[in-house]
Design a protein. Structure first.
Length: 261
């Protein structure tokens, strides 16, 4: 009976390894196709290279031509022509996006590596285990999307993260802490990678705006700022300065006073 169980487990392991091999082969072929397509399109772009001013003028004329086609479309053939224009533009946008974001499949990174647990047990090599053996438990306890603000030293930044929506916290945790790609987060959230990219941009814009307000308040009260904080103010002064002058947001200090009352 035990021999039958061992044979069945070996068959399961062989099937799992075959699935991983197939997935790895599919991933390599997909990467090769993307690289080949990138080389072909780069060759076409080199042959039709034009100055930047002429390229910009060509794009503006293309936009105007598409707008005129949309306004003058009356028959079914005209609408099909407009749809073909939009399909071509979306295909070009997807191609450019694929060149910059090449995601991984579900194959684990440690699969196929040399077994190092012969020398050292595998759990001891993890970062969390090393911290636990040193008596540092905070990173392990607060390794969660809804409690990651406890790992931030700055009170105002931690409060800004704490006030985010649960969906935004989850996306921020997977992208900033876990370093997951957009495709992997999209599979976890059952969404598209473009939607995840939009959510990430919304989160970063909101956090940067609140951080800019906090640093401006510290600068006005003559509190010391580090070099990175000064560079942040210089980089985003042109983006958030107008909004702050038109409608001054409520400071975190006043919020804390109101909460105490």
């Amino acid at each position: 009976m035990q021999k039958g169980k061992e044979a069945f487990s070996e068959m399961e392991d062989d099937g799992f390894e075959n699935e991983l091999l197939d997935a790895l082969a599919q991933e390599r072929t997909a990467i090769q196709e993307i690289e080949q397509e990138k080389e072909e399109n780069s060759f076409i772009e080199k042959t039709t290279a034009v100055p930047t001013s002429k390229k910009k003028l060509w794009r503006d004329t293309q936009k105007e031509a598409l707008a005129r086609l949309e306004d003058s479309a009356r028959t079914e053939e005209d609408f099909r022509n407009v749809q073909s224009w939009w399909d071509r533009l979306e295909a070009n946008a997807d191609r450019r996006y694929r060149y910059h974001v090449i995601g991984r499949s579900d194959i684990p990174l440690e699969w196929g590596a040399a077994p190092e647990e012969v020398i050292l047990p595998e759990p001891i090599q993890s970062v969390f285990w090393k911290q636990i053996t040193k008596g540092e438990f905070l990173d392990t306890i607060f390794d969660c999307p809804f409690e990651m603000q406890e790992l931030v030293e700055d009170f105002d930044i931690a409060k800004s993260i704490h006030e985010l929506k649960d969906v935004h916290k989850e996306v921020l945790y997977y992208s900033a802490v876990r370093q997951y790609s957009n495709q992997r987060i999209a599979r976890i959230r059952n969404q598209t990678d473009r939607n995840i990219l939009k959510v990430k941009n919304t989160i970063l814009k909101k956090l940067r705006k609140e951080l800019y307000t906090i640093l401006c308040e510290r600068q006005e009260t003559q509190q010391p700022l580090c070099r990175r904080e000064k560079e942040f103010l210089e980089n985003y002064s042109s983006v958030f300065a107008d909004n702050r002058q038109t409608k001054p947001p409520e400071s975190n200090a006043t919020k804390r006073k109101q909460d105490k009352k």
